[in-house]
Each structure stands twice: as C-alpha cells, then as structure tokens.
Design a protein around this ligand. Structure first.
Ligand code: SF4
Length: 459
C-alpha cells in the first residue's frame, strides 16, 4: 500500500481540502502516515494569504530535496493557494517537485499520480471549483466536521489574494449542504462548522436565491439539538438584523462569531476597500451583542497596512479596546502578488510593523484575560475533543459554545461527550476547570443544561 505524508498550512478551507485530498487518494490505495522517511508521496497543501505562510511552505519543501534524492520513486506535490498563484513557475524553481495542483483542481490528483512520466500542472485560469458531492472526504475528527457552503470571494479587498487563488464567489445548493449535514448527524458528529470566505454572503447567486439565515434555519431543524453549528468567516457588511436574530434564537447556533475587522481607522478601511466604516462595524457588534449578550467575538487585524499612520494605528487600538475581543489573529501586513496594496508606495517599515504588532497583542491579551476571568466560578458546557495522558494524570480538553478552550482533569469523558465543567482558572488563551457532570447525550442548546447526567451517575 503506497504511503502518503500530507502537510497542511493555513485556514480551515485548507484543512477541509486536505481531508478531501486524503479521501481521494485513499480511494487510489494510499495510506496516510506521519513519518517523512516512510512516504511514497509527500503533498504540501499551501496557503498564500501572507508572505510568511508562503515562505514556510517553501522552506518545508526544501527539506524534502535530500529525501527525494535518496528515495527512489518518491513523488512530491504542492497543492493549495500557492500552487494556484505561482503555477508553472514552481516547477521551474523546484526541479524535484513532481506536480502542482490548485485548490480548484483537486479532483485531477488521481489522474496526475497515475501518469508517472510527466511533471504535472493543474491550475485554473478562473477557479470555479465545487467539490463534487460524490467525491470522498476523509474526516480526521469523528466529532467535528467542516462543511464548505460557498467558495471564493467577490470583494477584492486591496491586500487579499483570495479572489485570485480561490476565484469568484459561488454557493453550493442549499439542499446539497443540508443532506451532507444530515449524513454527518447520522454518523454521530456533534459539531459542524460552515465554511466560506464571506460565509454570510451565501446564496446570493443561486437561482432561485437562498439566504444564509434560511440555510441556518434549515440546518437547525435538521440537527434537532444533537449538533452544535458554527460558521466562519462572516463579512461584517453582510451582518443583518435577521442574522443577529437567528444567532439569538436558533438553539444549535453557538454563541461565537469571528468577525474580521482588519483596522479601526476609517482611512485605512477605505484604502483596504473593506466596504464599511469603523462606525458601521461597531453598530454590527452592538446589534449582535444586544440580541446575544453572551456572544464571544474574535477578529482578524492587520497592522502596518501601507500608509498606516500612528493615528490610524491608535484608532485600531481604540477599536480593540472598545469591542473588548475574546481573541484575535493580529498580523503584520505583507505584500501579496496581484493585489493593489502591493503596489502602494507608502509601505510601512518592518520595525514599525513589529512594534505595532507587539502593542496590539499586548492590549488584546489583557482584554482576552479579562473576558476569560469573567468565567471564573461559572459552569459551562464543554464538547470534549481532546484527551492527553501525562504522568498518570488524564487531561481533557474541549470547547465551550463560545469557542473557549477548556482544560480539565478527570477520567470518564471521551471525545464527543458533552460535559459540564466548573471554571476555576483563566488565562488569556484558555480556561481551566473541574468536571462536575459528564456524558451528556444531547447538546443543551442555548438554555437547557438539564439533559446532562450528573457525574455521580456514571458507572
Ligand atoms: S472579504 Fe475576505 S476573502 Fe474577500 S477579498 Fe476581502 S479579505 Fe479577502
């Protein structure tokens, strides 16, 4: 049986693509393995969103050059957004690379692998990918699943490479998504995360059109409280009153939203072509929090966008403070090919970007810590998804409905269990607690925690 080593960089869309790659290649007889030396096929599924992510993929690729020389028959491929972005140039730059496959061309992988005579290239001029329903997906987790509901993006923010690598926005038919989720529920999955680059823009181009809220309502009826539902990432401009109401009323929808803001300065937001102002964004936050006071909010922020002044940066800091995020991914701006911002003359120096990053992270940490400390003494519902045995002690981890990571000790709960944990400690990144109730059969939904069995009843 040929052996496959797969390395994934980047976002959840790439994680799902990797599960698709493994599914496709399992059908060709490949077995997934961990050790590089044992592999007959090595695939790097790459991310192009930031220069650092792209460089990381190249540097990992470089480590396989020697192995390729030593191991006869080893094939090495590069998939994902860097593959789509660079295409043929990668085959020229890395002579030991056997094939390059863009995210819209994954289904060509088996064909490319069967043809051992050529160095293959499969990238799309205009990505129009929708992974066929009949094509396999290898799900790494038996508890949580990613489900793609739409792909690509029409917004063309001036810093972002996604519309070039993943193509224009297109949505999957509503019924197809619902059937996939129904199947996951039947197989015992406890959580589903709906994926899309601007996930709440879902359905606009479908004929007849469907709305994101309509999709959420349909999914909520299908999962019947047996699964948690999340989605990522929504576009702030498309957060509507209907979506805020759905967040508050649909029992399956978790109380967490990752709402990328990118900057707190109107001037920078305009230069980024984000399509909303600071005030618009804050109004969306207010709307969401009014409807769902328990909502946890996380975000993405870029510091050092071209032309960002100290004043612009101060406005980003003040927005972080005003929203009081539960967490954020904060990055230094990096130029990306094809994007308008790469050509701007007023690039910010690395030194200034580094300082701003430190400052923003410092502020974020203090706010996240304060948000997490508010959980001390509370009892939360945790979906167990990780067990770690160290020196006789069993440490279990899972996530709350607000997507907080909780670590606690205790034997009994296994992956997929819903348990109640009393929170006894908090840091900026996670919570610690004590198990008080385990082995719940159903998600409690927004209000009812009584379906969980008390710990004392576990035999
Ligand atoms: S909305 Fe998101 S994915 Fe689309 S271009 Fe802007 S940053 Fe990129």
């Amino acid at each position: 049986m040929p052996k496959l080593k797969l390395i994934t960089f980047g976002c959840q869309a790439n994680e799902l693509d990797s599960e698709r790659i493994v599914g496709l290649l399992a059908r060709e007889g490949y077995e997934l393995i961990e050790r590089d030396e044992e592999a007959d096929l090595i695939i790097l599924n790459t991310c192009a969103i930031r220069e650092k992510a792209e460089q990381k993929a190249y540097s990992r690729l470089g480590t396989f050059q020697e192995l390729k020389r030593r191991k006869k028959g080893l094939r090495i491929g590069l998939c994902g957004c860097v593959a789509q972005q660079e295409g043929q140039a990668l085959l020229a730059r890395f002579p030991y690379l056997d094939f390059v496959v863009g995210p819209a061309q994954l289904t060509s992988l088996p064909r490319l692998l069967r043809d051992e005579t050529n160095r293959g290239l499969a990238t799309a001029r205009t990505p129009t990918f929708s992974y066929p329903v009949s094509a396999p997906v290898y799900r790494r987790s038996a508890v949580k699943a990613w489900v793609s509901i739409m792909e690509g993006c029409d917004r063309f923010c001036t810093f972002c490479v996604v519309p070039f690598t993943r193509g224009r926005e297109r949505s999957r038919p509503l019924q197809e998504i619902v059937e996939e989720i129904r199947g996951l529920k039947q197989r015992g999955y406890r959580e589903v995360t709906l994926l899309g680059q601007t996930v709440n823009s879902y359905g606009k181009k479908l004929r007849p059109p469907a709305s994101f809220v309509e999709l959420l309502e349909t999914i909520d009826r299908v999962v019947e409280g047996e699964m948690r539902v999340r989605f990522t990432s929504p576009y702030p401009g498309d957060v509507t009153q209907e979506l805020a109401e759905a967040m508050a009323s649909l029992p399956s929808l978790c109380e967490h939203m990752h709402l990328p803001v990118q900057s707190g300065s109107d001037r920078t937001l305009r230069r980024m072509k984000r399509g909303y102002s600071r005030d618009d964004y804050l109004k969306k936050v207010e709307l969401l929090r009014t409807k769902t006071p328990a909502l946890a909010l996380t975000t993405d922020i870029i510091v050092g966008f071209p032309g960002e002044t100290e004043r612009d940066f101060e406005e980003t800091l003040s927005l972080i403070q005003e929203v009081g995020y539960d967490g954020a991914f904060i990055f230094k701006y990096s130029t990306r090919p094809h994007t308008p911002a790469a050509g701007l003359s007023d690039q910010v120096t690395e030194e200034i970007k580094g300082r701003r990053l430190e400052q923003a992270l410092g502020l974020l940490n203090s706010l996240s810590l304060a948000r997490n400390r508010a959980y001390l003494g509370r009892t939360v519902e945790v979906l167990v998804d990780h067990e770690d045995v160290k020196r006789d002690a069993v440490r279990v981890a899972g996530r709350t409905r607000e997507n907080k990571i909780v670590h606690f000790s205790g034997e009994g709960p296994t992956d997929g269990d819903l348990v109640l944990v009393a929170i006894t400690g908090a840091s900026a990144l996670h919570l610690q607690g004590e198990l008080i109730c385990a082995n719940g059969a159903k998600s409690s939904g927004k209000k009812d925690l009584t379906t969980l069995r008390p710990l004392s009843m576990i035999s």
